[in-house]
Design a protein. Structure first.
Ligand SMILES: [Zn+2]
Length: 323
């Protein structure tokens, strides 16, 4: 899906404000040029022309003033004259803090990533190998629920190329996006991918995914059932049941396990008042010391793809997604 994103500070983007300094212009001219350029950007996005706008569109948007507006925009370098198939055209400035427009290449890359994350032939061996930990920071990731820094993504180690089992790793949203958003390369220079865990951590979502997609049986070794407090006025129904397949085994590879054992059962004294739901319900997760949820869905997270699966900027031609 094409879109244009306007930076938070676009209204005060220095080149735009500099329009007011042109002889004969004032703050009204700034607004006029801004409106002209933003409308051009939306047209570019809608027609996925990769920042290029033809003269017909410029004339349509600029109306009787198109020539003056183009000259002003060129002067402050918001537009750059070019040619397409021999015809006069303009290229919009490509600055993320002003306007970012998804290009055809980005959309194709995002589609590639999405297809990769939906391919069990790829995802089964990756999830079986990496378990539910980020290969960059080893935090436990979650596969469903509201997007947050711990949401599971698939990080393409070679941006722009379709993933293979060897070139894709499980990553938390935070690491995936930090790597993408740092265009200086500093983040990547300071981080290295951890080797695959010797004893992967498997939450209920991955246990279910591996079994349903490949018949692979792994032991759930992370998480514990959610505690549901029953109504005090209904003591007869209070009970404790054990979830199917939930094995309270401390994971050997949980180097970052918190001091208190998050895999232990309910605290003493609560057993008569709680119900352990099925593995498909919310779990408390071990490994990070933080508590999250794991609904047991076999959904594939966001692939760093944002709320719609494609949401954040990325560098090297993969803006909007994990790579
Ligand atoms: Zn991470």
């Amino acid at each position: 899906m094409p879109w244009a994103r306007v930076g938070d500070n676009a209204a005060t983007y220095p080149p735009l404000l500099s329009v007011a300094g042109v002889k004969g212009a004032d703050e009204r001219t700034v607004n006029e040029v801004a409106g002209f350029v933003f409308r051009c950007a939306w047209q570019v996005a809608a027609h996925t022309t990769d920042y290029v706008i033809d003269i017909g569109t410029v004339q349509m948007i600029g109306g009787a003033r198109w020539s003056e507006l183009v000259k002003l925009a060129e002067r402050v370098k918001l537009l750059e004259r070019t040619r397409v198939n021999g015809l006069l055209a303009w290229r919009l400035v490509e600055k993320d803090d002003f306007i970012h427009i998804r290009t055809v290449a980005e959309m194709e890359w995002n589609n590639r990533q999405r297809n990769d994350t939906r391919d069990p032939r790829l995802m089964v061996p990756i999830r079986q190998r990496d378990g539910d930990q980020c290969r960059w920071c080893r935090i436990v990731v979650v596969w469903s629920g509201p997007s947050n820094n711990r949401s599971a993504t698939v990080d393409h180690l070679v941006p722009g190329e379709a993933a293979t089992v060897d070139t894709a790793v499980i990553a938390c949203w935070e690491c995936n996006h930090a790597r993408n958003d740092d265009r200086s390369g500093k983040w990547e220079a300071e981080h290295a991918v951890f080797p695959p865990p010797v004893k992967p951590l498997y939450g209920s979502a991955t246990v279910k995914y591996l079994f349903e997609n490949a018949g692979v049986v792994v032991e759930q070794n992370i998480g514990r059932p959610r505690k549901t407090v029953e109504r005090a006025s209904d003591p007869d129904t209070a009970r404790t049941t054990q979830p199917h397949g939930a094995s309270p085994v401390r994971p050997g590879g949980a180097a970052t396990a918190p001091a208190t054992d998050p895999l232990a059962g309910a605290p003493p004294g609560e057993s008569s008042r709680v119900v352990h739901d099925s593995p498909s319900d919310e779990f408390e997760l071990a490994g990070s010391g933080r508590v999250g949820s794991d609904s047991g869905s076999d959904g594939l997270g966001s692939d760093g793809l944002g709320s719609d699966g494609l949401g954040r900027s990325r560098r090297r031609g993969r803006r909007g997604s994990g790579r």
